[in-house]
Design a protein around this ligand. Structure first.
Ligand code: ADP
Ligand code: MG
Length: 239
């Protein structure tokens, strides 16, 4: 097996006496979609926050692209290529679509031409954003705001894209659209780590999946394997 792009060992996070994440291991293969699924409160968001350096780790080690990023501050983690899509489609509603996308690339040091090229890529991926380029983000639909949040993250040139429940609050047809786009982005080479409560959709697009319960990984396998796993069906797929 090739070396994982992200290698997490024994990650633990506590909020006071709440053990939100309880010593988990994750191995994200480069070029793949990996998903972490689980019920509300399982510890999924906390895991992402810990990887992005936004909550303190009680234990564990995080290796990204051959570098130990365990103790790096959030901005250094983003600069290293580990970029999280803003949760809850937290686009800046009083700025235009274009301004939001420009903000996504503002830490880059590779020049205006490279940023302009990436902006065109985002517009190709999401033609709707191009159409609304000069409109306020606050006037976009929920699905469009999710697209903008993804586009903004892509402007930071990620090697690994983290998403926290991009399907949240969206109609099924929009969710399919978003997930299809994630597949497309992945096919172009981007590694994706997708956290979801929408277990069925997540397992469908994931190459590899982890099931999180009460801060622990209880099952792991290919998306296809877990879709057919009786325990997963009983607990998460209503069958
Ligand atoms: N800021 C916080 N302070 C205290 N407890 C928290 C905080 N955030 C999350 N928790 C608790 O940590 C656990 C995991 O939460 P979370 O990571 O948000 O789960 P998920 O994203 O899977 O729904 C839950 O028991 C939740 O109540
Ligand atoms: Mg969450």
């Amino acid at each position: 097996m090739t070396a994982p792009l992200l290698d997490v060992k024994g990650l633990a996070v506590r909020y006071g006496h709440v053990e939100a994440v309880n010593g988990i291991d994750l191995h994200l293969a480069p070029g793949r979609i990996t998903t972490l699924v689980g019920a509300n409160g399982a510890g999924k968001s906390t895991t992402l926050l810990a990887l992005s350096g936004l909550v303190a780790k009680a234990a564990g080690r995080v290796q990204f692209d051959g570098t130990d990023i365990t103790a790096l501050p959030p901005h250094r983690i983003v600069a290293s290529g580990l970029v999280q899509v803003a949760e809850g489609r937290a686009t800046l509603t009083t700025l235009t679509v274009r301004e939001n996308l420009d903000l996504g690339g503002y830490t880059r040091r590779d020049g205006a031409a490279a940023r302009a090229a990436d902006l065109e890529k985002v517009y190709t991926l999401f033609p709707r954003l191009k159409e609304r380029e000069h409109g306020l983000a606050g006037n976009l639909s929920g699905g469009e705001q999710q697209m903008l949040a993804i586009g903004r993250a892509l402007m930071a040139r990620p090697k690994l894209l983290l998403l926290d429940e991009p399907s949240m609050g969206l109609a099924p047809i929009i969710v399919q659209d978003i997930f299809r786009t994630l597949r497309e982005i992945n096919r172009e080479g981007l590694t994706i780590f997708l956290v979801e409560q929408n277990v069925r959709q997540a397992l469908k697009i994931a190459d590899h999946a982890y099931v999180l319960e009460n801060g622990r990984i209880v099952l792991e396998g290919s998306g296809a394997l877990l879709l057919n796993e009786p325990k997963v069906q009983a607990a998460y797929l209503g069958g």
